[in-house]
Design a binder for this molecule. Structure first.
Ligand code: HEC
Length: 143
């Protein structure tokens, strides 16, 4: 009885591997399914800041009219495999265009949380911080 159960398990595992299920691959974390790196409250505050300071150029849909897209393939292609801190650095030094650096660091973090949310990164219980920014990798929407 025991032996046949072992055989059954082995058969299931063989079939699973044959179907492309890799126990190893299942362990690598997709940042989108990892525990959230910002809170929903941060993203909500970021949405208001974005509306007031950014949407005139980047649009409510984050695809213009004036600035480059901040969402989807065009955006993530620019930043793929870069830590979110790089994007944060550029944004906090150069944006809003015409009045760069005019927001507080915490406000840029909230906007970053909102950008992550719009790019389908999940929210979680831990707030986004400068340290956590370095641990978040931007991935393309298809991955
Ligand atoms: C006056 C118009 C304007 C405003 C307001 C503005 N931006 Fe921009 N933004 C631009 C333009 C134009 C670029 C491209 C600049 C470049 O390539 O040098 C840009 C680039 C960016 C980039 C880099 C995108 C990429 O993939 O290269 C980010 C991120 C960004 N803006 C975020 C923001 C945020 C967040 C705000 C609000 C705090 C903001 N912008 C406000 C016009 C604007």
């Amino acid at each position: 009885m025991k032996r046949s159960r072992v055989l059954l398990m082995a058969a299931i595992l063989t079939i699973a591997v044959a179907l492309g299920y890799s126990p190893l691959r299942a362990q690598t974390t997709n940042p989108r399914s990892a525990p959230g790196s910002y809170t929903a409250a941060q993203a909500a505050a970021g949405a208001k800041l974005y509306e007031a300071n950014c949407s005139a150029c980047h649009g409510a849909t984050m695809r213009g009219p004036a600035g480059p897209a901040l969402i989807g393939d065009a955006f993530t292609a620019q930043w793929t495999n870069e830590p979110a801190s790089d994007m944060y650095g550029l944004m906090s030094k150069n944006m809003p265009l015409g009045d760069p650096g005019s927001l507080k660091p915490a406000e840029y973090l909230e906007i970053t949380a909102y950008l992550l949310q719009r790019n389908k990164y999940p929210a979680g219980p831990m707030p986004l911080t400068q340290a956590r920014l370095k641990t978040i990798k931007i991935v393309s929407p298809s991955s």
